[in-house]
Write a protein that binds this ligand. Structure first.
Ligand code: DGL
Length: 273
């Protein structure tokens, strides 16, 4: 059994946790969300690195973590190198699934030989992720032959959190946000480049029924499984319940904890670095 830490600014990491939990049910899960600094998509790169390094290193110093997952594209596309130089445990990052999306989009083009239309990938992510050099490099390396358009939004991140807290999704607002992509010229393949967005997959699908939605959750689960097979795990104590930590004990955090308890997490704890 391994102690697996999932980290995000908010509840988005749940989309990654679900992929992991269904494949690896008997591990000890820790979920840390940095609600004191939410949303990460609007932090400057310097603040993001300082915060993530401080929080992560102190959490790992105090808890028996075997593998850590940065279940946040906004952080992974910028802070992974800094974290990896400070920590010796394996750290798995989540970055936008441009490569599989490009493959799918090309296959679509080839299957539909009657049109000469260029494949079109949409990247839906946070304002931070769409502006990262790392993201530009991913697009350059894997999708240079395709049309790629990006949409950076924090509103959708908040919408996903509200949905998990039991509030209805405002479909009119969602349609409005996705307006640039509605209609015939829209993407055939849509990368959900923020871990919050798979939590709204049904609603996004309703707005864009012809686009294939792709996220990184399954690939992350496969990567974690391969690391465990390599023998990186080894926790002594196994707790049936996951342990849930926020960085600011607010009324909203307690409400969020209810959604986590439905997924197997215990009482909300507060971790201040
Ligand atoms: N869930 C995070 C991601 O994957 C971002 C949310 C935020 O902006 O804090 O990018």
């Amino acid at each position: 059994m391994a102690n697996i830490l999932i980290f995000d600014s908010g509840m988005g990491g749940l989309s990654v946790y679900r992929e992991l939990k269904s494949r690896l049910p008997d591990q000890q899960y820790y979920y840390l969300f940095d609600n004191a600094c939410f949303p990460y998509g609007e932090l400057s790169e310097t603040s993001l690195v300082e915060r993530a390094v401080e929080l992560f290193t102190s959490f790992i110093a105090q808890h028996p973590v075997d593998i850590a997952i940065i279940a946040c594209n906004t952080a992974s596309t910028h802070v992974l190198p800094a974290l990896r130089t400070r920590l010796t445990i394996p750290i798995v990052g989540v970055v936008p699934a441009i490569k599989p999306a490009a493959k799918y989009s090309r296959q679509q083009q080839m299957a539909n030989l009657t049109t000469s239309k260029l494949g079109h990938i949409g990247l839906l992510a946070t304002p931070g992720t769409v502006s990262r050099p790392y993201t530009a490099k991913l697009i350059d390396s894997f999708a240079a032959d395709l049309q790629v358009s990006m949409l950076g939004t924090t509103e959708l991140v908040k919408m996903a959190e509200d949905k998990l807290s039991g509030l209805p999704v405002d479909m009119a607002q969602l349609y409005k946000l996705l307006t640039p992509w509605l209609g015939e010229q829209g993407p055939d393949t849509l990368v959900l480049g923020c871990t919050h967005f798979p939590l709204l997959a049904d609603e996004i699908n309703q707005c864009m029924p012809n686009a294939k939605l792709i996220d990184s959750g399954e690939a992350i689960a496969r990567r974690v499984i391969s690391l465990l097979v390599e023998g990186k795990g080894g926790a002594e104590q196994v707790n049936q319940e996951g342990r849930l930590f926020c960085t600011h004990l607010t009324k909203k955090a307690r409400q969020q904890a209810r959604a986590f308890s439905k997924e197997g997490f215990g009482a909300l704890e507060c971790f201040i670095p």
